[in-house]
Design a protein around this ligand. Structure first.
Ligand code: GDD
Length: 435
């Protein structure tokens, strides 16, 4: 039992940003920008996480933990520190991929500095409304050791995630299995947690100790490969030395054995941002959220603006072009007369010439879409957690993506394609990866 029930007790937050060997499914966009900094709805993906954390009254420090180079988040942190002056934001770099719990443990002294009572942990690659206030309330109400954010997905996709079996009445987590082989529940782990600091670090320590007595896994089920140093050797000394630990496999199932692990089920939107194409539904969901909140950042609806639409102030949009819904237009983008853009992200310095049509697509930095050209993907069904579709027996991306500095010729049609940077498309293409 925690002794201090003071609701003002301090909370720190950690955002797990991963590193360059992860996020390979985010190619070709991650070739030019680290995934956490890719902009959806006008802001880097991690900005949306940070904005939610900044609303929790007693959070004063947010630590980004990952294994990108030190310089990667420097400008982001500088800007975010101005925007959220109440927060101290810092980046701590793992020397190698330590896994979702390994980094927490490695940096435990920095995290525990100032003796925070609670620790919020957010996966950087999720898009949701981050109901952190509700999670905090449940945490206090139940005197919890841990609260996890959960959401319901369809039965056939549930096994792609961590699955939670809970008592619907008490909200207690009874059982947790990471990406189970067969169906156990359609309530899944959203990748957002609140832990009592006095419980999580001892739990990680116990997991490390258990390594010496239990047979170890050869690899962890993860939707990306964990390209790390963790290899089963059966050598106990190595096991103790290895700092690679996964919150999901090594810690959460054991927390479920305690009686103080609870789930807050969100009914609001939630998506993973894994493939490059998944940035399009994330963009739409964040724009819709901003629209509901009457955000002044969005462009006012009109005959040619179907909300929600975000246009960077430096972009130049012809008044006869029609944009929206669910469109983000980046800095210095030029959109010509009669162009149509829908359900898409248009990245900075790109140009969409007159009468071109862009739908369900991402137009990479400094790319050009010619006059009367059509760049289009296939709409993703509402509620779907996948951005791939099967066309002519082949699995292809439903979202068309042009990498950096691509060119689409006048009147050319590009459909369900992923186009690597610096390519010129001079003929019609569909269902292809253009390398
Ligand atoms: N710092 C750091 N170090 N971060 C990491 C590392 C690491 O070694 N490995 C992964 N991450 C970060 C990723 O950048 C991502 O934000 C998050 O941790 C989870 O990544 P994965 O390990 O690839 O897990 P996943 O996305 O397949 O599944 C997790 O998230 C799902 C929700 O999106 C699990 O928690 C699932 O249970 C959950 O349903």
């Amino acid at each position: 039992m925690r002794e201090n029930h003071n609701t003002q007790a301090s909370t720190k937050a950690v955002i797990l940003v991963g590193g360059p060997s992860r996020g390979t499914r985010f190619r070709p966009l991650s070739l030019d920008v680290p995934k956490p900094l890719f902009e959806v709805a006008g802001h880097p993906i991690i900005h949306h996480c940070l904005k939610a954390v900044a609303k929790v009254p007693d959070v004063r420090e947010v630590i980004l933990v990952g294994y990108y180079d030190e310089s990667v988040f420097r400008d982001f942190i500088k800007d975010a520190s101005k925007e959220f002056p109440q927060l101290r934001i810092l980046y701590l770099r793992e020397y190698t991929a330590l896994g979702t719990a390994g980094g927490l443990y490695h940096f435990r002294d920095a995290i525990l500095k100032g003796k925070p009572e609670r620790l919020l942990v957010l996966n950087a690659d999720v898009c949701c409304s981050f109901p952190l206030g509700e999670m905090m309330r449940l945490f206090e109400e139940k005197d919890a050791e841990a609260v996890i954010l959960g959401t319901r997905v369809s039965n056939d996709t549930a096994t792609n995630f961590g699955c939670i079996v809970s008592d619907s009445h008490t909200k207690r987590v009874l059982h947790y299995v990471e990406k189970p082989e067969s169906h156990i529940s359609n309530l899944i782990n959203c990748g957002v947690y609140l832990f009592a600091t006095e419980c999580i670090f001892p739990a990680i320590r116990s997991a490390i100790k258990r390594r010496t007595t239990r047979p170890r896994l050869l690899s962890y089920p993860s939707s990306d490969n964990l390209e790390s140093s963790f290899v089963a050797t059966g050598d106990d000394e190595d096991a103790e030395k290895s700092e690679v630990l996964r919150l999901e496999q090594d810690i959460l199932s054991d927390l479920a054995d305690s009686n103080r692990f609870f789930v807050h089920e969100t009914k609001d939107f939630w998506r993973q941002i894994k493939s490059a194409g998944s940035a399009v539904p994330a963009n739409a969901l964040y724009l819709q959220k901003a629209f509901q909140a009457e955000s002044p950042e969005l462009t006012a609806p009109s005959a040619t603006i179907v909300p929600p639409v975000y246009i960077h102030p430096t972009a130049s949009i012809d008044p006869t072009a029609k944009l929206g819904p669910n469109v983000s237009i980046g800095p210095r983008v030029v959109v010509g007369a009669g162009a149509r853009v829908k359900d898409s992200i248009v990245l900075e310095d790109s140009e969409i010439r007159h009468d071109a049509c862009v739908m369900h697509s991402i137009i990479g930095w400094s790319s050009r879409v010619g006059a009367w050209a059509r760049v289009e993907g296939t709409p993703i069904p509402v509620g779907s957690h996948s951005t791939s579709i099967v066309k002519q027996g082949i699995k292809v991306q439903s979202i068309t993506i042009l990498g950096k500095e691509c060119g689409v010729g006048d009147e050319v049609r590009v459909q369900n394609c992923v186009c690597l940077p610096y390519k010129e498309l001079k003929r019609d293409v569909s269902n292809e990866v253009i390398m």
